[in-house]
Design a protein around this ligand. Sequence first.
Ligand code: ADP
Ligand code: MG
Length: 551
Amino acid sequence: MGKIARLPLHVANQIAAGEVIERPASVVKEVVENALDAGARRITIDVGEGGRSLRITDDGEGMSEEDAVLAFERFATSKIQTSDELWQLTTMGFRGEALASIASVAKVDCLTRQRGAERGTAVSIQGGAVPVVKPVGCPEGTTLIVSDLFYNLPVRLKFLRAAATEQGHIVDVTQGLALSNPEVDFKLVINGREILSTVGARTLPDVAASLLGDDLADGLIAIDHTARTGRVWGLISRPDQGRTDRSRQWFFINQRWVRHPLLAKAVEEAYVGHLAGDRHPVFLLFLDLDRGLVDVNVHPAKREVRLGQTQRVFLMIKDALMEGLGPRRHEACLPALAAESTGAYGPWPDTTIEDTASAARPHPGLPRELSGLRVIAQLHSTYILAEHPDGLFLIDQCRAHKRWLYEQLAAAQVATYPLSVPMLLPLSPAEAAIAAAELPALLRLGFAFEPFDEANWIVRVLPLLLPEAAAKPTLRALVSRTQPAGEDGLRRVVAEHAAMKRGEVLDLPRMVLLVERLQQCHQPLVCPAGHPTGIMISLAELGRRFLKTDQ
Ligand code: ADP
Ligand code: MG
């Protein structure tokens, strides 16, 4: 007899829910996005029990009885019918799985009435069971009441953070959605207290003022810049208004609030020389790009998008910001790196670098050994040889790559990608204990790794820099210790596994790219283990060894 069996529907839905509904804030995001797609102008979010009870009311178009039942089935959507439409999306939703996911991990009541309809419909559904449908009197629009979130997933429940943390995430999500929809009145109520409201605000500056406070909002500069690639507009902070953290930075790509660490870097680069090194800008940036350039179907919770022509978008943002910030300063930045693809050894953008000396532009603070380099050749698939004004500089390719990866993993937001098929990893109780202890650090490094059942943990998301094939060995190395390694130790292990190996043959553009990446590091001359990444053989030394007397 075969050993493969189809998963029961409610189990499949719960697995899917694990990706879409990570925490209470995910429910808020999905349900509010549905309200926006339904054309709502007023949305109220009522939160209790640290987000385990939610009531979200909208005045959108509502649903018929038939639709209100179908809405809870997986892959049931009114938003797309063909895969081509994925590239022309005008709605926030399209996957047709949010409501099914929520209903599989919570008790849900939906009250909905279509505009102009005589009566409404109530649908109650628990843990993905058969829905109970009744006619009811209710206002036009839709109210979704979610209670006992994760009641049937004790492990997920155990990993929920303190109520204050979960509420903080709900505030973040609501702010993002409110900022990207200034014309909609948002109200967030937590434990009966109104936490934020954008009622009456109709423009981005008004909404920003009501959410961020007048002090901060008054110091924002409006920018608007159009280029061949698209348009960037929004609000950015004046150089003297930098903050010590990055919590006030928002990107909206085609009105969708997304994380994009690489584009955030474009912004930070534009501020180089304007802001003190330990300060971060505030920004609310809207990118209007050709829909065909934006792949929104890369993250189950749609928090990330993949862009075509990242390099151009990067430059467009930087230009827009520099224009907004005033006179152009000395150009200190190296070409941007597109950390988008996940090739065999971390992202190698199909690089367009043609000139082997493109790494030669010095920037202030770069160690002397690393400026003015021109890549010449690779030696024994191990070292990169580069001409230096003072002699020859030899770079150990693996160590250089590890250094770069290690520093990338220290970014405030590490770029991630979801696995198309989540991976199960059997862990012994001792390994599971180490994994549990490392969990917060693993999350920060971009892993979504969590207990699955008694014997296994499941990996759903990886840092972008870690190739899928390296995931298991990396996680094995991480958990097979006797003591937790801590965040810095983890970063080292991940860099170790994600880095290219000795013997990797590199063509010229890849070598140039690697050297440029090394030049962008804060500590370029040592690998994460403290060994040299490169050594210099000076002209003077060569002269001595050739017994030249004239030098
Ligand atoms: P998606 O948003 O990806 O289509 P969902 O599971 O979130 O999938 O919702 C399924 C469908 O239910 C939507 O396509 C929409 O037709 C309907 N729906 C959900 N929420 C609302 C709402 N608040 N108002 C009107 N229709 C809704
Ligand atoms: Mg939806």
